[in-house]
Write a protein that binds this ligand. Structure first.
Ligand SMILES: [Cu+2]
Length: 199
């Protein structure tokens, strides 16, 4: 009887040891899957490519012309890092458009399948519009004589243009870009340009 009890205790402790030994093995399996998932993700490290739209609009002068709350660069205005509405048009007319109105980066190389995520970190609306060839936008006074490109014509009355508008603080995603070169510009401030190479 005693011997049977000992055998039973031995069996129980063997099962316990086996269970304990198995536990890490079970935890390991998903970890390995996770590693291989990360590995495949590493083959396409740029599945999401962030892009920002920037500007330095001066709220008082812009809003006097375009309406209250059109330009929301309150922080920059406090620091005096802003350009007034008239200055912006004068700079464009002089052929030296304001570099504070910008897409970053200017050039981007991405893998096929990458999603562009464009965030408007500026104070006024922009568009991120794909064009066949860079050219003028839909605001004549900002075009420096360049003709409006077909993709921007009609301004926001054109649904295709309106769909590419990004208001302050919001984001827009661009997906399904084919392999090759793609050109994007702002239909309001046409010197805001960027090129995306899709491999
Ligand atoms: Cu713009």
């Amino acid at each position: 009887m005693k011997s049977n009890l000992n055998r039973f205790a031995l069996i129980v402790s063997c099962i316990t040891v086996a269970t304990v030994l198995q536990a890490p093995a079970q935890e390991k399996a998903p970890a390995q899957e996770h590693t291989s998932f990360n590995h495949s993700a590493n083959e396409h490290p740029f599945r999401i490519a962030p892009i920002v739209a920037l500007d330095e609009c001066e709220p008082d002068s812009f809003n006097a012309v375009l309406g209250a709350d059109f330009c929301k660069n309150v922080g920059l205005a406090a620091l005096k890092f802003t350009t007034t509405f008239n200055e912006l048009f004068q700079e464009a007319a002089d052929g030296t458009p304001d570099p504070g109105w910008d897409f970053e980066p200017d050039v981007l190389r991405v893998e096929h399948g990458t999603t562009l995520v464009v965030t408007n970190q500026g104070g006024e609306p922009h568009t991120f519009t794909e064009v066949r060839k860079f050219g003028g936008g839909f605001v004549d006074g900002l075009n420096h004589g360049e003709e409006t490109v077909p993709e921007c014509s009609g301004g926001f009355k054109n649904v295709a243009v309106a769909r590419t508008r990004i208001i302050q603080g919001s984001q827009m995603e661009v997906t399904d870009l084919s392999k090759g070169d793609h050109y994007f510009e702002c239909c309001i401030h046409p010197w805001m340009r960027m090129t995306v190479h899709v491999k």
